[in-house]
Design a protein around this ligand. Structure first.
Ligand code: PMV
Length: 316
């Protein structure tokens, strides 16, 4: 039990998780479906520490009593072997922190996996996913590569609310990260979700929208119909942002660059390029395209980080 390390990839949802039925347990109102980002994720190393918990992120100590450190401490309470046992948690993330690029998802997933091996817990996949979910909802999808689906579940205790990987692979699929702003976002996804569910008149449509999105995504994945996959993911993200824009007060993560790029994507698509986007709780866009168009997309968006989700030879 000297030390244990684990890696978990970040993930981007094609059918978004937006809204909780239980805020303490991170139980979602709807199911969701994501793609993991291969080598973009978090590696967490755990050791025992003396006197207090100690957290490091990308080589910098996290101040105690910050929101982030209390979230970590709260998560670790479930695992502490005895009250005087303290953890040293050292995380290296290759995705920008708190900018809507799933940094908390991969962070909590890597921490859950590291705890499992550090404490010899031998938990099964469902239990690991349930525990990761308690750190951050979308973390329950970050335990695997490829497509992953999180079943919302029905039970009040959340024991049926966990993710599982889908068997389908799609080697030609690419995800491109276009980062306009990687600073900490103005409102956390947690707070934004809460406010949207309570105040947006559009939120009541959301569960039906996601149910349809999921059915369509499954057939798009089965048939390898990229236009259907891209259009469905893009529409789902825009529907989610519509619930935010119509909440009170309005939540708008969009920057001028976000909107300008959406318009550029629509223009390129009208000219025949198969290019779609999705967007989470931040201003950045995630582009969806196929390997055959990768060069053109890289020329058009020189700063893009292009990811091949199933090209795993370099992944951890
Ligand atoms: O897991 P959280 O609390 O960071 O929420 C994630 C919310 C979205 O990224 C907007 C959607 C999703 O399904 O990942």
């Amino acid at each position: 039990m000297n030390e244990a390390s684990a890696y978990a990839p970040a993930n981007i949802a094609l059918a978004k998780y937006w809204g909780k039925r239980n805020e303490e347990l991170n139980l979602p109102i709807t199911s969701s479906l994501s793609i993991s980002l291969n080598q973009y994720g978090a590696t967490t190393t755990l050791k025992e520490h003396t006197q207090h918990d100690y957290f490091q992120l990308n080589g910098h100590a996290i101040e105690p009593n910050t929101e982030f450190s209390s979230r970590l401490t709260q998560f670790l309470e479930r695992f502490r072997p005895h009250p005087n046992f303290y953890f040293e948690v050292d995380t290296h993330s290759t995705v920008p922190i708190a900018a809507g690029v799933a940094s908390s998802a991969c962070g909590f997933a890597a921490l859950t996996l590291a705890l499992n091996s550090f404490l010899d817990l031998n938990l099964d996949d469902a239990a690991l996913s349930i525990l990761a979910r308690r750190g951050s909802g979308s973390a329950c999808r970050s335990l695997w590569h490829g497509f992953v689906e999180w079943q919302a579940g029905k039970l009040d205790n959340g024991m049926d609310s966990f993710a599982t990987p889908l068997p389908q692979e799609w080697h030609e699929l690419r995800i491109g990260l276009l980062l306009f702003n990687t600073e900490k976002k103005s409102i956390s996804s947690r707070a934004a979700m809460h406010q949207t569910v309570l105040t947006s008149p559009f939120y009541r449509e959301w569960p039906q929208i996601v149910a349809k999105t999921l059915v369509t995504l499954h057939s798009a994945i089965d048939e390898k119909d990229f236009s259907l996959l891209g259009a469905t993911a893009e529409a789902n993200a825009l529907a989610m942002h519509s619930t935010m824009l119509t909440s009170e007060p309005s939540i708008c993560y969009w920057l001028p660059e976000t909107v300008a790029t959406m318009q550029k994507i629509w223009q390129l698509r009208a000219q025949g390029l198969e290019l779609y986007f999705t967007q989470d709780a931040g201003p950045n866009l995630k582009l969806l395209y196929l390997q055959q168009d990768e060069h053109l997309i890289q020329e058009t968006f020189p700063s893009i980080i292009s990811i091949a989700p199933w090209n795993l030879q370099n992944a951890q």
